[in-house]
Design a protein around this ligand. Sequence first.
Ligand SMILES: [Fe+2]
Length: 247
Amino acid sequence: MGIFDIFKKKEHNTTLFYDTEVHCHILPGIDDGSPDVATSVNLVKLMQEMGIRRIITTSHVTESTFENTPETIRNAYDTLRAALDKEGVEMEIHTSAEYRMDEYFLNQIKTNNLLPFPEDFILIENSFLQPYWEIKELIFDLKMKGYTPILAHPERYTYYHKTPKIYKELHDYGCLFQVNLLSLSGYYHREVKDMAWKMLNDGMVGFIGSDIHNSRHIQHIKEYITTREYRKLEEKAANILNNKIQF
Ligand SMILES: [Fe+2]
């Protein structure tokens, strides 16, 4: 160790404090995330560099825009898996979906055509324009069917910010919350960041997800990991469930 080494900054974190990703759009060509298999392979490698060892993919399932089914999702996965194996990239991957609450979803529920997380968690989302009008009933129905609903990025539904008691109601109803790492880091609006941190401080965050769609998102997260604020996050979020899911 040279004399000048003592002036060097303390070594920064470069990896996440959890190794299970629960929200990302990395399957090739089936939603607004990765467009092709080469991009997908690259995203997986970048996630590996961040310390991710297990990935739950959550491709969009949305009426008219992305009408994916377990079959379209599994096919995209098979393409990715073959490419990863060819390159010798090791990554445990479970395929699931991010279900927009709409008529298409109701139909998939009715016909038992769902692709849940391991342990039957199911990731659901609202539109960013307005909440699903019967969200409480839907949460109740999913629970009756044995699923545990996880609401994706509740902090991003800014129409809820005016009536934050809705968060407590949904949480009390048995819906878990998955907050975006990109929200906590301030990638979106300031009020989204504030709400994400408030939820964390209130003990409402079950999962943290990246919601990665592209390498720009990963780059942003990589930089965030090196910040002092990230260390605070690590302490505050020590009890999240990401690593506890049994694959
Ligand atoms: Fe998403």
